[in-house]
Design a protein around this ligand. Structure first.
Ligand SMILES: *Cc1c(COP(=O)(O)O)cnc(C)c1O
Length: 358
């Protein structure tokens, strides 16, 4: 059985990265090794930002590992899952030579990171059967093998489609690509889905990496905290590729508070409220004039096709409601993505759309 680390760029396998002043585990009580200011900034009254932060605070990693059901050494924390995407592409794709596979319509950052690395993007579109989007994992495996791609990005629940890839399909894909590619399952919206996380597959499928984030269900987008979860040796490589002090101390402190006592019940309360509003908004939109289709969603947004998406977008905007125009994505030239808001916000969406095509 080949190790996931064999998929890392050959020229990076023994790359040590930058040795920051915090990476040596030295002990002392007079710290004069990092050229920080010896005097505090008056704005920093709690004295938490005078010094460089711990690159990967152990308490934070342990807390996140508990939250996501993995070991701390299987997890790297970074500036949102966007950074994890970028690290994976940089570590696994040779500049100007590598390739990744994506399944459009999907999240845009996979292609952005690949473009920045000079990696080719091979697209295997999701199949819209009229009711749902499906991922043809055998076609994805064929494309990955044919293009020698080292990364496959699945978004599940999918942004912007709102549908999930069944875990059995993820497992089959990972098995077919073992030793050839990593299967990255971006679970930014997993908290809104009824099915288990792909973290449960890590024990049997070493070439799976799962991305999670605090930006959506945890209501912490501004702290920029996301993680990649996978093979421990691969995580070590990703840490070496990461910028020296990725986690600002005030953000770590806020996350530790937010994930302190009973964090799950608070997140669950928010997601439960979101489920109710998601169902109510979907029902109302299905009845609205000018709406062609509302896709089922296991995320906190709805993908909606309109007779005239431009008219819907403009009407919402002039009522002060900003939604996401996804018409540039393949197969979605009549669609908008609408985040599930608070009840009064959803009422406004429903009222505008009921009026505009009536
Ligand atoms: C929002 C989103 C992200 C970005 O998450 P951050 O942790 O805020 O960087 C990643 N993937 C998908 C599919 C998203 O929709």
């Amino acid at each position: 059985m080949s190790a996931p680390i064999d998929l890392v760029r050959a020229d990076l396998r023994d790359f040590a990265g930058y040795r920051s002043a915090r990476s040596d585990r030295l002990v002392g009580d007079v710290w004069l090794n990092a050229n920080e200011s010896a005097w505090p900034n008056v704005a920093d009254d709690a004295n938490i930002v005078r010094r460089y932060p711990d690159p990967q605070p152990e308490a934070l990693r342990t807390r996140l590992a508990t939250l996501y059901g993995c070991r701390p050494d299987q997890l790297i924390a970074g500036r949102g899952s966007d950074e994890a995407i970028d690290l994976l592409v940089r570590a696994l794709c040779m500049p100007g030579q590598g390739a990744i596979v994506t399944t459009p319509p999907t999240f845009g950052m996979y292609a952005v990171s690949a473009r920045l690395q000079g990696a080719r993007v091979v697209e295997v579109p999701l199949i819209d059967d009229g009711a749902n989007f499906h991922c043809d994992v055998d076609a994805v495996a064929d494309a990955a093998l044919a293009s020698r791609a080292t990364l496959v990005f699945l978004c599940s629940p999918g942004n912007p489609t709102g549908g999930a890839v069944p875990l059995d399909d993820v497992r089959r894909l990972a098995a077919r690509l073992e030793g050839r590619a990593l299967v990255v399952v971006d679970e930014a919206y997993q908290e809104f889905a009824p099915t288990p996380s792909a973290v449960s597959l890590l024990a049997t499928c070493p070439n799976i990496v799962v991305l999670r984030t605090l930006s959506k269900a945890h209501a912490l987008a501004g702290v920029r905290l996301g993680v990649a979860i996978g093979d421990a040796d691969l995580i070590v490589v990703l840490r070496r590729c990461q910028a020296p002090y990725p986690l600002p101390a005030p953000c770590v402190a806020l996350v530790e508070r937010a994930l302190g006592d009973g964090p799950l019940s608070r997140t669950e309360a928010r997601t439960r409220e979101c489920f109710g509003e998601r169902a109510r908004l979907a029902d109302a939109l299905r009845d609205a004039p000018g709406v062609r289709r509302v896709y089922p969603s296991v995320a906190n947004f709805l993908l909606v096709r309109f007779d005239d998406a431009q008219v819907a977008f403009d009407a919402l905007l002039s009522a002060g409601v900003v939604v996401r125009d996804v018409r540039a994505q393949p197969g979605l030239d009549d669609a908008l993505r609408i985040t599930v808001g608070r009840p009064d916000e959803n009422d406004r969406v429903i009222a505008v759309l009921a009026g505009v095509f009536a």
